[in-house]
Design a protein around this ligand. Sequence first.
Ligand SMILES: Nc1ncnc2c1ncn2[C@@H]1O[C@H](COP(=O)(O)OP(=O)(O)OP(=O)(O)O)[C@@H](O)[C@H]1O
Ligand SMILES: [Mg+2]
Length: 160
Amino acid sequence: MTVGGLPSRVELPEATATEALGARLAPLLRPGDLILLEGPLGAGKTTLVRGLVAALGGDAAEVCSPTFVLLESYALSAGGIRRLHHADLYRLRGRGSAPLDEVGLGDALDDPWAVTAVEWPESWAWLGGLAQRVLHVRLDYRNDGRSARVEWLDSQEDER
Ligand SMILES: Nc1ncnc2c1ncn2[C@@H]1O[C@H](COP(=O)(O)OP(=O)(O)OP(=O)(O)O)[C@@H](O)[C@H]1O
Ligand SMILES: [Mg+2]
């Protein structure tokens, strides 16, 4: 099933389109949701988070790829979601046994007022089991721009 009336593959010819996709997804989110952002280096994962944060009343300028910290949190002021936690697991990729609680991911997912977005989740298939509602976004290079596939991970379709 498609998410929010989006086509099964969304064409993103430029970076502003990636931010706009984030803004389009923002109203679909509720506190407790987990967003898994897959795709190769530079595919636009952080750009999409920037669009989400802006649309949810946060400061988009705060959003960058966390380099030394693996998890950042941004205050939001719209839509009943108070924070967005943003993890980038690039430096842990391939380490399926990496202690993600040390990154703060467990606390992020326990935060009842927040949504959590995770870049580079591919090494941890079980991450998708840690939240009731999981939005899966796959970004890829396409021509000079990017494309995206967006879907809710199985089983909770009737709630939406
Ligand atoms: N749809 C698009 N078309 C062209 N360029 C884009 C598009 N979306 C994002 N970009 C650009 O791609 C670059 C990388 O974006 P971004 O940092 O969001 O990628 P990322 O997937 O988070 O990368 P990383 O894997 O390093 O974390 C930025 O310069 C951004 O402006
Ligand atoms: Mg990034």
